[in-house]
Each structure stands twice: as structure tokens, then as C-alpha cells.
Design a binder for this molecule. Sequence first.
Ligand code: MG
Length: 423
Amino acid sequence: MWDLRVDRGTRRARRRWTTLRAACGCVASRAMSPSAFPSLADASAYAPTTFAWTREATRANGGITTDRWLDVFAKSTVEFVNRARESEEASGGDGSRARAFGDAFARVVEACRGLTCEGDEDALERTTREAARSEASTSYGDDAPWTGLNCLEMCRVRDGLLRSYGFYDCFARVKREENRAALKTLPSVLADVDAKGDDAERLMNVVRGCFAGNIFDLGAAESAALFGNGGGDFASTKDTLKKRPWCVDDFDALKTRWLDGKPHAKAIMFVDNSGADVILGMIPFARELLRRGTQVVLAANSVPSINDITAEELVEHILPALVDLGDTILSPAIADGRLRVVASGSDMPVIDLRYLSEEIVNEAKDADFVILEGMGRGIETNLFAKFSIDAMKIAMIKHKEVATLLDGELYDCVVKFDPAPRR
Ligand code: MG
């Protein structure tokens, strides 16, 4: 139905994907059977997405129709087309592939509006799954049962189409720049954490750091505009965060577990964006866990998606830079593997925990703490996912629609902490 051309970019992407699979120990293939996160409380009852998309505006869905959600995707595509054009022009192209991607995505969005109106679920499934198919995707979850149009399916379409048009990693340049800038800022952020007197103050400091870092998100039109305007100073963002109570605020429960409970043995931390997010937000949080004797596994995408950090980037660029810092907690932990990286298997900014790489599933078998960070992995998917171990979801809200549904504001904060159910 759409012009899914195999061009130089796609061929490059295929080669790159083969290399990446080997580099990250990721074993994705279309034939692979699904591997679910082992500590889901009930894998058969698990539904990845948080918000149901409906045709009618009801009070229960905050008056947000499928059309409004499709608008969110349509609006954020401008940033994708710009980044795609930039990367195409950098390799001597004229921007026509980027325009073709934008047009193809716009056609799918419009088709989805029409089919939603007609209530034709079969055609919606066919249309989106077909558009999403790309040789350069990991294809995890391609066989997931269709449960209606939602944020996960639209992310699958957008990323799949980008790859089909030869854009494997069109945010690569901005990710590199943001990583470089964040690494320069990291020592002062760690010094600020260390200046806090006790465990509770340090915990609050790193939680606030996670929120401040998570604002760097080029997948959301609002924060993409903020960054385009030169925003993003980490310290001032941290100082000007919304005051508590946040719209989902389990910080006190987290603190109680942190102060009164036994330190966790092993945490799996699903991380989100490059730059300030992972380096100034999640690494200091991981460092506090390490300080308590917890092993930390950073679970990152196998394949690039928007400005999300990948497992390969963490292994090749971030961890070596952290070792070079000579930090007394991070450096030895990286050297002896107490802080390590595993490819999650995902190729999207959201995550379906039924379709993961074998490597992360194996790592998670003896974990007693799972952390899902970012709006895609921790709010739009998995906010209400139940686990048999301690679970934390942490993110900043960057879509008005999400804010409405959670009774919050734009740039509100979410920290959801669910202790493991008592046996
Ligand atoms: Mg992201």
C-alpha cells in the first residue's frame, strides 16, 4: 500500500542490525518465541498500554478521543521529519526520503482516523502492522495479539516506517552531543548528591534528578520545542520542578522501603533517553543503589528509537566515560560488573514486557527490584503493570493528554512505587 523502498539506508540498517545483534548478545528474529519479564505478577493478565484509545469522548477517558491521540503523533512527527532530513542531507541526500517518510506516516494517521470512525478493527490492524513492518526492526511483539489502536501500535508504525525509508538512527548526532554535554555536568551532579547528609535526602535528590533528566525527550513535541529553544539546564530544571505532591506520588512509600527494608540484591533499570536523562538522572540513581550494595543492570534498547539511549551506546561510550571519571562508586562497580548493560530487545520508545531479549529475561530472574523510567516505558506502557518484586515507575509528563488522564499538569512528575506483594 505504501512505498516501502529498499534503498541504501535500509541496506545499511540491515547490516547494522546484524552487527548489533551480535554486539549486544541480542537474539531477536521473526522466528523467536516471546520472552516475558519473569517477575510479572500474572503474564497472562498483563496489558502493556495504560490508556485505552476510544472513539467517544467520555469522562472516564478524560474526553480524549483516538483522534486527539493521533494528533499527538501527527504533531510530534515534525521533529522526526526534521531529524531525518538533517541526517539525509548530511550524507548528501536532498531530503526527499525524509519527506516521503513524513507523507507515508501522515497517510497512515489519516487512514487510522477513517478506520476508527468506521470501527473497522480488522483494517486498522492490517494497516498499522503492515506499515510497521521493517527489516531493520527487532520485530519483537509483531505477533502480539491486536487489542485495538494504541500508543504502542502507533510507535511501532512510526519507527517501522522510519527504518523502511532508510532512517535507522536519525537522532544519532543530537544523542552524541547531549551525551557529551551531560558527561561534562555529571561530576557536579554527583558532588551535589554527595553533599546531602543522609540516605533520605540523597534519595530525594536522585529522584528529582530523574525527573529533571527525563525532560530531555525529542519524541514529545512540547519538550522537543523546549530543547530547540536552548532549554535544558539540568540544575535549574531540578530546582524548578513542580512541588509535591506530584500527580502520582509514592515517594514516601519508596522512602520507607529504602530506609527500613533490606537493600535490594539486584535492580533491573529500564532506561529512556540519551544525554541528561540517563547520565544525570539514572546513573546517579543507580549509584545510590550501588552504594547500598545493590547490583544494577541497565536495560536499554537493542535498536535506536528517537533519542533513546541504546545498549550499544551505553557499552561503547557511556560506561568507558564513567570509568574515566574515577568515581569511587561507579568505576569499581563497572570494572567488576556490578553495574552492567543488557540489551532489552526493544526497538521502540515504549515497551511490551512480554517480548524481551533472552539476555534481559535471564538477568531478571533473580532481580528483586524493577525500575521503568520515562513516559513511554513507565507511564504510557506499564504504569499499572503488577510485579512479584518491588517495582518503581518514574517519569515526567510531557503530553497534555497524559497529564489530563492522571489528573496532573504538563511537566508534572510520576513516581509510582509498588512493594512486592507479601507472600
Ligand atoms: Mg524516550
